[in-house]
Design a protein around this ligand. Structure first.
Ligand code: SAM
Length: 376
């Protein structure tokens, strides 16, 4: 093992040439994901948290050390991971812990930490409506855990999901997207935002059958993964309200796109169903950002990334200036200048975290194209 430091945690991780060769998984790039998660938990102040797919335990241990949470559960199906979780919890909490079941240890330090060896679905089925904050951070798609997660999280709790199957959600493997998400993905410059919206749309449809609505607190794409923090809302009306925010996207060869809120598609050649509602709650994001400014973060990009998200106009989809120029035989203009022109005409326009070459705007397609033309 080698010891690494991340946030306030010290973690033993297996030595390996490449991260996917290690017997227990640890990816330092995901420190940004964990930073934002720690900040989110810091703002939300849940009492009970589950890190359902824990690997080394880093995520749950950071929650225990860096947030006001009272009780954290760390779970993994792998025995090697479980044994490492036990080591890492002892290292960070400074208590030995006691066995409270064949596959379960409890540690009572300043915080209560429980380490569990099991299939996440079995643990979540056991802990019905127990967790205020439930984190799914799987290899690939979280869909196989969604049903039990929605039963295990409290009815006004928060579900945090990561999806690393970007190839599926971004249309490289369309049939896999149909199977896992029952949705039609798009390829090209809108694939990342669409992938994120398909993921959220899927959670909305899973949640609706339990009479749960979904509010997006924060959702983003970064480093080939998607992440969404979703606040559940209890009640059939809330579920209806979330379903009403589902819809479809279409796009033509010039890059012009449109979308419509509707339960069933109204025109051919569409992508979806997907979430067309907001990708953030501005108040929540600003609180997360405020905490980030006061906080020793593990990843140097966490703060600038959160700033971009905070300033980003929250409308569905964006214009990738390179794709737009290519599709319409134009030269690429400077992003700042295009934004300036659109704002000069009274539209809102900002950069977007989805791509350094793209803008979000409420201006119609023709105006964006016109701005690009005027810079030739
Ligand atoms: N959350 C960790 C972090 O932030 O470093 C990384 C988790 S890793 C991507 C996914 C973990 O899920 C692996 O350790 C794997 O053993 C575990 N896993 C896979 N299937 C599982 C299941 N059905 N139940 C519980 N754990 C599972």
């Amino acid at each position: 093992f080698v010891e690494v430091r991340e946030g306030l945690a010290r973690i033993l991780v297996p030595k390996a040439e490449r991260i996917y060769d290690a017997p227990v998984f640890y990816n330092p790039v995901m420190a940004l994901n964990r930073d934002i998660s720690v900040l989110a938990v810091g703002v939300l102040k849940p009492r009970t948290v589950l890190d359902a797919l824990s690997a080394t335990g880093i995520r749950g241990i950071r929650y225990a050390l860096e947030t006001p949470v009272e009780e954290v559960w760390l779970n993994d199906i792998s025995e090697e991971a479980f044994n490492l979780i036990l080591k890492n919890v002892r290292l960070n909490l400074g208590v030995d812990g006691e066995r409270i079941g064949e596959r379960r240890f409890s540690f009572e330090g300043e915080k209560k930490v429980i380490a569990n060896l099991d299939d996440a679905n079995r643990l979540m089925a056991e802990k019905f409506r127990y967790f205020d904050f439930l984190d799914l951070d799987p290899f690939g798609s979280p869909v196989e855990f969604l049903d039990t997660a929605l039963r295990s999280v409290r009815r006004r709790g928060v579900l945090a999901v990561t999806a690393t199957d970007t190839g599926v959600l971004c249309g490289a493997y369309r049939h896999a997207c149909r199977r896992k998400y029952l949705a039609e993905p798009i390829r090209g410059e809108l694939c990342h935002e669409t992938g994120l919206r398909i993921l959220i749309g899927t959670v909305v449809r899973y949640a609706a059958k339990y009479d749960l609505g979904v509010e997006v607190l924060l959702a983003y794409y970064r480093d080939h993964y998607f992440r969404a923090f979703l606040r559940l809302k209890s009640g059939a009306r809330k579920a209806d309200g979330s379903i009403e925010r589902l819809g479809y996207l279409w796009q033509d060869e010039n890059g012009r796109f449109g979308y419509e809120n509707s339960f069933l598609p109204k025109r051919p050649a569409v992508y979806g169903p997907l979430w067309l509602g907001p990708l953030k709650n501005q108040e929540f994001v600003d609180e997360v950002l405020k905490l980030a400014n006061e906080y020793p973060l593990a990843h140097k990009k966490t703060l600038p990334f959160l700033e971009t998200i905070s300033e980003e106009l929250d409308v569905p989809f964006h214009y990738d200036t390179h794709a737009l120029a290519r599709r319409n035989n134009l030269q690429v203009g400077k992003l700042a200048e295009i934004i300036e022109i659109l704002r000069g005409k009274g539209y809102s326009a900002t950069r977007t975290h989805f791509s350094p070459m793209a803008i979000k705007t409420d201006a119609p397609f023709e105006e964006v194209l016109e701005a690009l033309r005027s810079l030739q």
